[in-house]
Design a protein around this ligand. Sequence first.
Ligand SMILES: [Zn+2]
Length: 164
Amino acid sequence: MRVIVPASEISWPLRCAACLGTATTTATTSCQISTGVPLPGIVVYKKREAAVAYPVCSRHRLSANLFGLLSRRSLFNLGLGLICTLCAVAFVFLLLADSNNSDTRESLPILFVPAAAYWAIFFIARRLTPVKLCDIRPSGATFFFSNPEYGRAFRAQNQRAESA
Ligand SMILES: [Zn+2]
């Protein structure tokens, strides 16, 4: 589930974001944000790194950090995904263009493997990441929670903070 809160006053329920057990440590979620600086005729994009720590139990700390890195929104992941997807597209085109040549047909699946592997890892990692920082803007921070119960607790806690 997706929750947007004011970026300045984020308050975490003191439970593990993955299993709701006792939180003993923290994991970090980060993303790259680009801010456009409009100049006459052009727009300059500045890349910035935003990171937020959230509570987890010691059992989920390593996996939360690892899967968080694999599925984070970054230029590196985006580039890798793009290359893998282009390979898959090239695969389809080569197959259509040269479907009678058996040499081409045998080597084609190689182009498809990186794309399949990339997207499999990306989506599995995303599912296994307890908390993902999706975006931070002046209007608020957007988080994605793999455990909806924790997401609801987080939303409730931050709504209270907002109204207090
Ligand atoms: Zn846990």
